[in-house]
Design a protein around this ligand. Structure first.
Ligand code: ADP
Ligand code: ASP
Ligand code: MG
Length: 450
């Protein structure tokens, strides 16, 4: 059995969906197809969510995201609510129109169209109900519709095209804890439920969602942005797939994001270890949690282009270090850029040393707010760290930190990682930009740049 994963770009319009169909039709074996939300639907649903919450809660105009909703509800009349909710409903209509435009182009008549309509009705009903006070919970409840709708559409289309495909609600298979927006997989339950769901008794082709799961109480959860690659790996691990292919809008994994760096080279084969390192440092082409489950069961991962499926793409697999024949291109320099970095510098009020006690206070706050530190450095009495900007997590984190430390806080830095570096490569890429923090080990150099 094999697993294919199609991301948002590969189901964004009629043309790309037709490539998806051709790719699936080339595979005559047992296949599970994991599909993301169409195009930029997830971002649009995030905007919808914020408008919906804004309509119910007394939140200032210019917010981009709501911190855990603990705010006073509007003591407003129902007219006020209707007025406020118009923006959310307009956003809902945009999302619905985008999907129906695709539906009208690719599906002539199909009984499954009802299922698509039902999902939109459910989402519309959600918007009419009062939300809970938990932002993350509401996020998962609303944003998950992107994947539910896209898979219904793709499945209806494939059935009409003569495929015997079965739609699976993956929330019945992937079971998670209740840390909404970043739910942790319950591997034991997931294995049991997935093995029951994907039996391959009557059909050879299943269509299911990436990114989403559910708690044991059946509340919808999500696995973190861009988590559909991880979903494919979860299924591969629990069902012992032969291999996984993720179909992207690029030919495979390059030694840098082709949208950012010029003259990049395709990496034909890379080891699990190299892939884990690159994704850990922020290479966006694969979700960082994807590799571990595949490595644990030695399941090969192919990254290929849905536009040119005949090209070989990149193979991520295991190899013995001494077998130099298969380490093709692992050793050329690899560039990873992460924008939108925040830099924080803290100093204890009493000028005590940055040693175990202060570090453990700082790190317990990072852990509490699930902020992942990308780079850090300390002097005798100061500690600096950079991490991704997140308007939900950072304000309450800073509030607590400021109770114990003097804090300086700045935005807009770039974190550049160069693997397999040498001095020439580094001076070429950095030029005369200001380096704020620098860290090097034998394989990897990292720079926080202004
Ligand atoms: P999906 O459609 O699966 O969501 P993504 O947009 O998440 O796909 O990932 C594909 C994008 O990843 C590419 O368009 C490319 O800009 C970016 N990318 C970042 N780093 C790399 C890299 N090293 N090699 C190839 N693509 C990369
Ligand atoms: N649709 C989700 C997102 O955009 C998951 C994914 O595409 O992997 O984050
Ligand atoms: Mg993606």
């Amino acid at each position: 059995m094999q697993i294919y994963k199609f991301g948002g770009a590969s189901v964004r319009n009629t043309k790309t969906i037709s490539s998806l169909k051709n790719i699936i039709s080339q595979n005559n074996g047992e296949l599970i197809v994991v599909v993301s939300a169409m195009g930029k639907t997830t971002q649009q649903l995030e905007i919808l969510l914020n408008k919906y919450l804004k309509a119910w809660f007394n939140i200032q105009e210019n917010f981009t995201s709501v911190p855990k909703v603990q705010r006073d509800k509007l003591n407003a009349s129902i007219e006020n609510w209707n007025h406020n909710n118009k923006e959310a409903l307009d956003e809902y209509t945009n999302i619905k129109n985008y999907h129906y435009q695709i539906v009208n182009e690719i599906i002539k008549e199909n009984i499954s169209l009802n299922k698509i309509g039902e999902l939109f009705n459910e989402l519309e009903k959600c918007l009419e109900q009062e939300p809970s006070y938990n932002y993350d919970y509401e996020y998962d409840r609303i944003v998950s519709y992107g994947e539910l709708v896209s898979t219904r559409i793709i499945n209806a289309f494939l059935i009409e095209q003569g495929f015997n495909s079965k739609w699976i609600d993956i929330r019945k298979g992937i079971k998670t804890g209740n840390f909404y927006r970043d739910a942790q997989v319950n591997w034991e339950l997931t294995e049991q439920f997935c093995q029951r769901l994907f039996t391959f008794e009557k059909e050879k082709l299943y269509i299911t969602q990436g990114f989403i799961g559910s708690t044991v109480n059946n509340h919808t959860t999500t696995l973190g942005r861009e988590g559909s690659d991880f979903s494919a790996a979860i299924l591969a691990y629990t069902l012992k797939a032969e291999n996984v292919t993720i179909w992207k809008d690029v030919d495979g994994v390059y030694n840098g994001d082709p949208k950012i760096f010029k003259e990049v080279e395709l990496l034909e084969k890379i080891s699990y270890q190299e892939a884990i390192e690159q994704t850990y440092y922020g290479a966006k082409v694969i979700h960082p949690k994807t590799i571990k489950p595949l490595q644990n069961k030695k399941i090969p991962l192919y990254v290929k282009s849905f536009e040119t499926p005949e090209s070989p793409g990149t193979l991520i697999h295991s190899y013995e270090k001494w077998n130099r024949g298969s380490i093709t291109k692992d050793v050329i320099p690899v560039f990873i850029s992460k924008n939108n970095q925040v830099l924080i510098r803290v100093i204890p009020f009493d000028y005590s040393f940055i040693a175990e006690e202060n570090l453990s206070k700082i790190f317990s706050l990072f852990a509490k707010y699930r902020i992942r530190v990308n780079l850090m450095q300390n002097t005798a009495i100061s500690f600096s760290a950079s991490f991704d900007h997140d308007v939900v997590k950072i304000p309450p984190f800073l509030e607590e930190l400021k109770a114990e430390f003097e804090c300086e806080f700045n935005f807009g830095y770039e974190l550049l990682t160069v693997r397999h570096f040498d001095d020439i490569v580094i001076s070429e890429i950095i030029g005369n930009r200001e380096i704020v923090i620098e860290e090097k080990n034998s394989t990897t150099a990292r720079f926080l740049l202004k």
